[in-house]
Design a protein around this ligand. Structure first.
Ligand code: F6P
Length: 363
C-alpha cells in the first residue's frame, strides 16, 4: 500500500503555487511509494463532511505555467478560529484544530505540506505542536517572510507592475501628467521599491519610510521647472504620511485583516488640494499583480521548493519550512520562520541605489 501525502494552499493566491504542487507530485511519483492528495480550499476540504480531497497524481501535467492554484485557496479557513453558524444564524468562531488533526490522521495521511504565507505558516506551527506531521512552503507576492530571501510570486508581481509602469510612462509623457501607480505588498515596500527602480520612477513611497507631502510636491515641481513635464510615482498600498495613518477599510467578509487600498487616490486628492502643477491620475494595480502565468524564475523557485518539501517529508523533517537563503534551499523551523517579518531596511542597498538614481522617498 502506498503512503498518503496531503497538500493544501492557504491565504491569498500567488503565481507559482501550481508549480510547487507539480514539484511535489512529480518527486513523489518517482519514488513509487506515495500518493499525493489535495485538500480543496486550504483546510476546508478536510473539515467538510464528506471531505473534499482529490488525488493529484494524474492532474499536474503542464500546470506550472498556470496562475492560481488547482486546489483553490481561502483566507477564511483558520482551524483555530473557524467560522461556524450558530442556531440563531449568527457566525461564531470555534477552535476545531484538535478535530482537524485527528481527521487528517484518521484519513490515513502520513504527512501534510502546507503552502502559504505568514498566517498559514503560523497555523502550520500550531498544528505541528498538536502532533501533525506538517511541512511549510512559503508563498507571498509581498516577499515579507524573514526566513527566506525570496518567495515565489514576488518576481512575477514585480514584472507585472513594471510592465504596467512602462505603459503609464508613455501616457504621462503625452499629457504632461503626474501618474500615481498603487501596488500591493501589505506592510512591506518590496514590490514598490523594485518596480520604481526597474521602471525609473521619480518618486517611490513605501510603508517603511513615511513620506511628507511637501517633499513629494517639491520633487514634482522641481521636475516640471526643469521642463521635464511628467512624473511617475509608485506608491505601496501600506505607505503613510509621517503624521498619517495607513489607508484601508475593515473587511466585512470575515477576513481578519484590514483591507489596504486607496492610498493612491488619497495622495492624488492631497496633491490636487496643494495645487499640483499638473493633472494627477491614479492607477490601482490590485489583484492583477497576483494573476496570470508566473515568470520563469518563479516557476523554477516554486518547482524547487516543491521537490525540496517532498524530500523533507521523506526525511521526516516535520515542523519545518523550506527557505531560499544565499541561493540555496535550506530548512528552517516553523517557529523561527514565523517569528518576524522581512521589511525594507532603510539601509538596504536598493534604497541607496534608488536614491542615487534620483528617486525620492518623500522623506
Ligand atoms: O498578501 C498578498 C496580498 O495580495 C497583499 O499584497 C494584499 O494587501 C492582500 O493580499 C489582498 O488580500 P485579498 O486578496 O484578501 O484582498
Amino acid at each position: 500500500m502506498k503512503k498518503k501525502l496531503l497538500v493544501a494552499t492557504g491565504g491569498g493566491d500567488c503565481p507559482g503555487l501550481n508549480a510547487v504542487i507539480r514539484g511535489i507530485v512529480k518527486a513523489a511519483k518517482r519514488t513509487g511509494e506515495w500518493d499525493v492528495y489535495g485538500s480543496i480550499e486550504a483546510f476546508n476540504g478536510v473539515i467538510k463532511d464528506p471531505p473534499e480531497i482529490i488525488k493529484l497524481n494524474k492532474r499536474v501535467g503542464g500546470i506550472h505555467v498556470k496562475g492560481g492554484t488547482i486546489i483553490k485557496t481561502t483566507n477564511r479557513g483558520n482551524p483555530f478560529s473557524f467560522p461556524i453558524q450558530g442556531e440563531n444564524g449568527k457566525i461564531k468562531k470555534k477552535d476545531i484544530s484538535g478535530d482537524l488533526v485527528k481527521k487528517i490522521q484518521n484519513l490515513g495521511f502520513e504527512a501534510m505540506i502546507n503552502i502559504g504565507g505568514d498566517g498559514s505558516q503560523k497555523i502550520s506551527q500550531k498544528l505541528f505542536k498538536l502532533g501533525l506531521n506538517i511541512i511549510g512552503v512559503p508563498k507571498t507576492i509581498d516577499n515579507d517572510l524573514s526566513a527566506t530571501d525570496l518567495t515565489f510570486g514576488f518576481t512575477t508581481a514585480v514584472q507585472i507592475a513594471t510592465d504596467s509602469f512602462d505603459k503609464l510612462v508613455t501616457t504621462a509623457e503625452s499629457h504632461h501628467r503626474v501618474m500615481i501607480m498603487e501596488v500591493m505588498g501589505r506592510d512591506a515596500g518590496w514590490i514598490a521599491l523594485h518596480t520604481a527602480i526597474a521602471g525609473g520612477a521619480e518618486i517611490c513611497l513605501i510603508p517603511e519610510i513615511p513620506y511628507q507631502l511637501d517633499k513629494v510636491l517639491n520633487r514634482i515641481k522641481k521636475r516640471y521647472n526643469k521642463g521635464k513635464g511628467f512624473v511617475n510615482i509608485v506608491i505601496a498600498e501600506g505607505a503613510k504620511l509621517t503624521n498619517g495613518q495607513i489607508v484601508g477599510t475593515h473587511a466585512k467578509d470575515g477576513d481578519e485583516n484590514i483591507k489596504l487600498g486607496g492610498v493612491g487616490n488619497y495622495l492624488r486628492a492631497l496633491l490636487e488640494e496643494k495645487n499640483c502643477p499638473a493633472q494627477v491620475r491614479t492607477t490601482v494595480l490590485g489583484h492583477t499583480q497576483r494573476g496570470g502565468t508566473p515568470v520563469a524564475f518563479d516557476r523554477i523557485l516554486a518547482s524547487a521548493m516543491g521537490v525540496k518539501a517532498f524530500n523533507m517529508v521523506v526525511n521526516k523533517e516535520y515542523g519545518k519550512m523550506v527557505a531560499f537563503k544565499n541561493n540555496q534551499l535550506k530548512t528552517v523551523t516553523l517557529e523561527e520562520a514565523t517569528r518576524s517579518y522581512n521589511f525594507v531596511d532603510k539601509n538596504h542597498y536598493l534604497i541607496d541605489t534608488a536614491r542615487a538614481l534620483g528617486i525620492s522617498f518623500g522623506d
